[in-house]
Design a protein around this ligand. Structure first.
Ligand SMILES: [Zn+2]
Length: 628
């Protein structure tokens, strides 16, 4: 969640970072972190499945090096013949196929122990080779665009091999109206550093300059706040700790308020500039067009959520009642309502539970995840110097997937496994079915594969326990997940929409006006029961997501699509299951909206969003009944 831009950059080779929202809260605080050599081999991934020796990595490195000049031979010649175009596209696939392998291997190696300089060097070399590869292929899209349509149609008709690339080419062609002359494109490209400045300044404030104060923890120990500890303290059953964490964390941003307002304004100005330069009607339209998502999908989401806030208000009232508070503040929205039911789940038990929970996906799916669990895909435990945060899955076309965990026996981390395994299986089925060119996944569909697994796990946990406290704990967890991934993301989305519109109307965007907009949205979403404190609205200035235009709405839409799919599968709908498994095989061989439509979910209709809200409402009712 915290490193969106890195996520986006790495999506090219298919890395997906966990965004179960509470995962980052549950980092182990244990002081004795084991060494990598202390860990049993069965809990470590097997990178030798990609390259058995470093020499083999070097061999592939040289191969890419040798392919680059071959690629340049095609430059300026793509409009000459269909055969030439085909050979160029095939060479591009071979090049990236090897490049991904080099880059993924180096990156995974580095995360085993980020302190090892040899791994840092390997990653550095892979990254610079990748930059050279990107430069080498950069002529392809503009040259395809420059081929007149009748000629391109003729190429595809006469050169059989090009039919495979039809969707790839269509995707380039549909950008024609928004692609400028080569000279203008060059000017836009050269403004890249300039355009990145707002986010860079934000990063410097947030990760380098800011000094978080200390607070006293539950035992009275003085603890220096960090972002991670802040989220952890917000779950504390000691209200004083929650309040202090909230107040002190926010107050650290006060010296930077005007600067943060200016950087946010600069970030939005960048989006508006590029959208106008590329002849879009709005920055929203420009952002959504990248994955060919109709604006109506976005509008549906906001409209449906906005007109259905009552279930959220009801949940908030229920919280107030259970916590027995006269006043409910924002820092009271994150504490578990049944903390006594918190459980420890050892890694091996988590795998067994997940296998049972995913049974509705069919025998083959379960057999395949079992094989994954036992075949060196997963690096389980935290060790000295290990990177990667709460977890991710990653891989390349020519190897199996890999999953990094820092497993700490919590429910959150069990959900991380289910989530990441969803991504792993998505790639596993796609790579088996699709050619390299369609082996990627747009965020819009990728997260459906992971969240569907979470939904099935959640349903299984709630249904398989008879213990009332545990059932309540799971229900509360589920509701909070839905709140964090659906309602909160729609809230962020509305804020993004409002600040972009303000800029597009030529109005000034300052720290004060941004906070005012965000305050109004907060009041609308939290309703009359939550007493907002004066610094609550600062959150709009400290979220990295607002530097990646219109990204977070996809968390809400993916969640809605996954709910729609998992409900049908849980009802035993065989056709729905088959269509879902087909989606996992489809990669990005079509546009995300079409892929989901084929899987039985029409994201252009309000139905999936309404179903999500209905589920939220049912869960709150169920919880209320159990609490009586
Ligand atoms: Zn994910």
């Amino acid at each position: 969640m915290k490193k969106t831009s890195r996520i986006l950059a790495l999506l090219i080779v298919g890395l997906f970072v966990v965004f179960t929202f509470t995962n980052i809260l549950a980092q182990s605080t244990s002081t004795a972190i084991p060494q990598r050599s202390d860990i049993d081999a069965k809990y470590k991934w097997r990178l030798e499945d990609i390259f058995a020796t470093d020499q083999l990595w070097e061999g592939d490195f040289s191969k890419v090096d040798a392919l680059l000049p071959k690629m340049t031979e095609f430059k300026g010649r793509l409009s000459e013949s269909g055969r030439g175009l085909l050979e160029c596209l095939q060479l591009q696939d071979s090049l990236w196929n090897i490049m991904d392998r080099l880059f993924v291997y180096a990156g995974l190696h580095l995360d085993e122990d980020t302190r090892v300089s040899a791994s840092q060097e390997l990653t550095g070399r892979a990254a610079s080779l990748r930059t050279r590869a990107r430069q080498a292929v950069s002529f392809i899209d503009p040259e395809i665009l420059a081929i007149p349509q009748p000629k391109l149609d003729e190429f595809i008709k006469s050169e059989n091999g090009l039919k495979l690339y039809q969707h790839y080419i269509d995707n380039i062609i549909r950008m024609r109206a928004h692609t400028l002359s080569p000279e203008e494109e060059e000017i836009l490209a050269s403004a890249g550093d300039l355009a990145d400045a707002p986010e860079n300044v934000w990063n410097m404030i947030n990760y380098a300059d800011i000094k978080y104060p200390s607070i006293k923890d539950e035992q009275g120990n003085e603890v220096q706040l960090s972002e991670e500890r802040y989220y952890k303290f917000l779950e504390s059953t000691d209200r004083r700790v929650r309040k202090d964490a909230s107040d002190f964390f926010s107050s650290a941003y006060l010296p930077y308020l005007n600067t943060l307002g200016a950087t946010l304004s600069g970030g939005v100005a960048k989006d508006v500039f590029y959208a106008k330069a590329r002849k879009y009607n709005s920055s929203l339209e420009a952002a959504l067009d990248q994955s060919n998502i109709p604006v109506s999908v976005f509008e549906n989401l906001i409209k449906s959520a906005d007109t259905n806030l009552d279930p959220l208000y009801k949940y908030i009232s229920l919280r107030k009642k259970v916590l027995k508070l006269d006043e409910l503040h924002k820092y009271d929205l994150t504490v578990p309502l049944v903390p006594e039911a918190k459980m420890e789940i050892p890694y091996d038990s988590a795998l067994t539970i997940i296998e049972s929970a995913l049974a509705p996906l069919g025998k083959q799916y379960v057999a395949d995840i079992k094989a994954g669990f036992n075949s060196g895909w997963i690096d389980v435990y935290e060790t000295e110097g290990k990177g990667g945060g709460a977890g991710y899955s990653w891989g390349c076309y020519s190897s199996h997937r890999y999953m990094l965990l820092n497993y700490n026996n919590t429910l959150d981390h069990m959900f991380t496994i289910a989530h990441e395994m969803g991504h792993c299986m998505h790639s596993y089925y796609t790579n088996r079915t699709q050619p390299y060119i369609y082996s990627g996944h747009a965020t819009f569909t990728a997260e459906v594969a992971s969240i569907t697994n979470e939904m099935l796990l959640m349903d299984y946990l709630i249904k398989s326990t008879q213990d009332k406290a545990k059932k309540l704990y799971f229900l509360n967890y589920y509701i909070d997940q839905l709140d964090g991934t659906f309602y909160t993301q729609v809230m962020f989305t509305e804020f993004e929409k409002a600040i972009h519109e303000k800029k597009e109307n030529g109005d000034a965007l300052t720290s004060a006006s941004s906070r005012e907009i965000y305050s109004d949205i907060l009041r609308k979403f939290y309703g009359p029961e939550v007493v907002l404190d004066s610094l609550d609205d600062l959150r709009c200035l400290r979220l990295s997501h607002f530097y990646t235009d219109f990204y977070v709405y996809q968390y809400a839409t993916s969640y809605a699509a996954a709910i729609a799919i998992s409900r049908k599968i849980l009802e035993g709908n065989k056709e729905a299951l088959d269509r879902y498994l087909k989606l996992l095989e489809a990669g990005d061989s079509d546009y995300p909206i079409n892929l989901l439509k084929n899987a039985g979910v029409d994201m252009t209709s309000p139905e999936p969003i309404n179903e999500t809200i209905k589920l939220f409402s049912t869960l709150v009712d169920e919880m209320e009944k159990l609490l009586q």
